[in-house]
Design a protein around this ligand. Structure first.
Ligand code: PLP
Length: 407
């Protein structure tokens, strides 16, 4: 295990080489997919040494597995963390982290704009265990600080958020929570470690849905949490007991995807900014949300804490949900699907994607217009994406005129 603090290699080099130095069958250059539930020992002494954690090795794949460990090492190095542990999905990573660190009587402070599944944990599941959750307006930093001052065992943040890509000041809020003895957890799924490293901004733990940008090819589910060895060890212990472990085959697919993470994300940053600027100039578009635009309400914070603005943007059409239904099927280069962070562009309304679990009232309370479209930019040529959006928008003429006259 390399100590990332001693590793002066750039993020691109780490994306390719981290986690790749383990033992290989017959000298294979690629990490082997260890499709084995358990690992055999020739002597009881050896078996016992490994089982007691006195020697490195693997016993049973619900606990650890060599392919899964290589994936954890790669993410850990990219986030600059001491340790990482992985899960069957992003939601498993988030649930395990929260249920490990919280107990009855604790208080959580978070924001209204967390991922739909995370929001359900906050409003439906944690309160059943007498855990109080205060959900604040996402960009009201003073209100979040005021809630932290009332008590905060854990501050849970996401930035940029999904789908309206709001930005929260991670360093400022982390400092406020830690001054009250709180732990700070950040979901870094939309930014990726290429664009934002929350541990360097003061967070205690980083969680990811590896399903999205880390894997990047929309063919494997996975989740991961990174941070200091003691905290990650506690979360790992809960996961080995509840069994939400990552599959070796998925670990391999995610590992392979991550070797091009830096190339994909750089292209997606560039594509998203060009697409966002085009959309902002189009008369059929009512509003564009992208942290790289000067019009974004927290563009200054984004410039401070991110090195790129990410591949996800959203925009609202004139003409309501009816316009959305007519517009989306016209796109040639976009899957209409509930995913993001893939090499292909993916588009969909929050009502069927990130916030399918929410009621229309809850979506409205989170500031999500019904005519909003989430657009996760792929690695295609940006000119083709812009031409595709232009033809789909131009085809909406009538509805848009109606929508605008109704305003
Ligand atoms: C998708 C997503 C999750 C949940 O991840 P799964 O792998 O689908 O369980 C959590 N947070 C964010 C920001 C996401 O986009």
């Amino acid at each position: 295990m390399d100590d990332p603090k001693d590793d002066r290699a750039g993020l691109g080099t780490r994306a390719v080489w981290s986690g790749e130095r383990g033992e290989r069958w017959a000298g294979a250059t690629q990490v082997s997919i260890a499709l084995s539930v358990s690992f055999r020992y020739d002597t009881i002494e050896d078996w016992l040494e490994v089982a007691l954690g006195r020697k490195p090795g693997h016993i049973y794949s619900r606990n650890t597995n060599p392919t899964v460990a290589a994936f954890e090492d790669k993410v850990k190095d990219l986030e600059g963390a001491e340790a990482a542990t992985s899960f069957a999905s992003g939601m498993a990573a988030i649930s395990n982290t929260l249920f490990t660190l919280l107990a009855p009587g604790d208080r959580v402070v978070s924001i209204k704009d967390t991922y739909g599944g995370t929001n359900k944990l906050f409003i439906e599941f944690l309160p059943r265990f007498q855990i109080e959750v205060a959900l604040c307006d996402t960009t009201d930093h003073q209100a979040i600080e005021a809630e932290i001052a009332r008590g905060c065992k854990l501050l849970y943040l996401e930035s940029p958020t999904n789908p309206t890509v709001k930005i929260v000041d991670i360093a400022r809020l982390a400092q406020a929570a830690q001054a009250r003895g709180g732990l700070v957890v950040v979901d870094n799924t939309l930014a990726t470690p290429i664009n934002q490293r929350p541990l360097e901004l003061g967070a205690d733990l980083v969680v990811h849905s590896a399903t999205k940008f880390l894997g990047g090819h929309a063919d494997a589910l996975g989740g991961v949490v990174c941070g200091p060895r003691d905290l990650v060890g506690r979360i790992y212990h809960f996961r080995e007991i509840n069994g939400a472990c990552l599959e070796p085959m998925s670990a391999y697919l995610l590992l392979r995807g991550m070797k091009t993470l830096h190339l994909r994300v750089r292209q997606q940053n560039e594509n998203a900014l060009r697409v966002a600027r085009f959309l902002e100039s189009h008369p059929q578009v009512a509003k564009v949300f992208y942290p790289g635009l000067e019009s974004h309400e927290n563009h200054d914070i984004a410039c401070r804490q991110m090195t790129g603005f990410g591949g996800v943007l959203s925009f609202a059409l004139h003409g309501g949900f009816d316009a959305v239904k007519r517009f989306l099927p016209r796109l040639r280069y976009a899957h209409l699907a509930a995913n993001l962070g893939a090499v292909e562009t993916v588009a969909g309304p929050p009502a069927t994607t990130s916030h399918v679990e929410s009621t229309p009232e809850e979506r409205a309370a989170s500031g999500i217009p019904e005519a909003l479209i989430r657009y996760s930019v792929g690695i295609e040529d940006p000119d083709d994406l812009i031409a595709d959006l232009r033809q789909a928008l131009d085809g909406l003429g009538g509805v848009s005129a109606q929508g605008r006259s109704g305003k």
